[in-house]
Design a protein. Structure first.
Length: 320
């Protein structure tokens, strides 16, 4: 009897990670000393969020990217070695810092981001070698997040080409010129939000029908386009059809950081397990619903997402 087939493997590339801190204060008053409580501290950034999510869902994950030497130990220790193999390229300096201030009196968030890694040619070469070694044919290879200083769109495109040449399935969540460059390589999946899709197609997307038409026009170059719509859920567009997923009723918003990453993670997880497209979208939106109710930028267990499955409505969207 042959051994049971394992789930496909994920390789997650986060080029510009961050350390996220969420601090609760009663109210933001400029020029004063504020006393707050630390609600959350975690190794984050879009790539790290996805690697954590997929590992928490039980998938086999390898993850890489760049890390600042000052805080590399803290960052690497955050991954569960039972599911996630972390092989980052450590560079001089500190990893990017993201601070979210939550004003409990006003129910308002303020986001501060500071710092950027600076990547040298030797660091780019080391990352290329690491990715070449990690990627196997059939792997889902997720490139998520922005580019650090010293890493150009041409460098990004070279990495994507290498992965495609090794038989990896490209899954991309980025923005601007990097997103446009990725589309030219016919990735397996893209996850833009509405603004990123608008920038990509170069026209306003005021109505859902506009978003649908814009995504449909890209399906000759990408098999799966998952558009995050914030509080309005998500739209999945493929060559075979389109579906909208959203939570029914009012969603209590606690913390929005990482919700798009949770959405993408849920979709990738479900599709890797062979779930049909509408079911994959349902689980993806449930992951986003779970994330938005937590101070964490990650979904810690599959059960957290499943609690919202029954509240996710899936509608088939018709092309006009």
């Amino acid at each position: 009897m042959s051994a049971p087939k394992k789930d496909p493997r994920f390789v997650v590339v986060g080029l510009h990670p961050a350390i996220d801190r969420t601090i609760e204060i009663p109210r933001l008053r400029a020029g004063t000393v504020l006393r707050g409580s630390l609600a959350m501290l975690e190794a984050s950034g879009k790539g790290a969020n996805i690697a954590h999510n997929l590992g928490n869902f039980g998938h086999r994950v390898a993850t890489t990217g760049f890390l600042g030497r000052w805080d590399a130990q803290f960052f690497l220790a955050s991954f569960d070695p039972r599911h996630v193999r972390a092989e980052f390229v450590v560079v001089p300096g500190a990893t990017r810092q993201n601070i979210t201030l939550i004003e409990t009196d006003l129910h308002r968030d303020t986001h501060v981001t500071a710092g950027s890694l600076v990547v040298r040619p030797v660091d780019r070469a080391r990352l290329t070698n690491t990715i070449t070694r990690l990627v196997r044919p059939g792997d889902f290879v997720v490139f998520s997040g922005s580019l650090p200083q010293g890493f150009t769109v041409e460098d990004y495109l070279a990495l994507l080409r290498r992965v495609a040449g090794q038989g990896g399935r490209l899954c991309v969540d980025t923005s601007g010129p990097a997103l446009r460059a990725a589309l030219d390589l016919r990735p397996w999946a893209l996850k833009p939000n509405r603004d990123e899709l608008r920038e990509l197609v170069g026209r306003p997307l005021r109505r859902l029908a506009d978003v649908l038409a814009a995504a449909r026009a890209l399906t000759d170059r990408c098999e799966n386009i998952l558009v995050s719509l914030g509080g309005d859920g998500a739209l999945l567009v493929t060559r075979d059809g389109a579906w909208r997923g959203r939570e029914t009723g009012h969603a209590q918003v606690v913390h929005t950081v990482g919700c798009g990453d949770a959405l993408f993670s849920g979709f990738l997880s479900a599709r890797a397990q062979g779930r049909p497209l509408p079911q994959a979208l349902r689980f993806a939106v449930a992951c986003g619903s779970a994330c938005v109710r937590s101070y964490y930028a990650q979904v810690r267990t599959r059960r957290e997402a499943r609690e919202f499955i029954g509240r996710i409505e899936i509608e088939c969207e018709r092309f006009s």
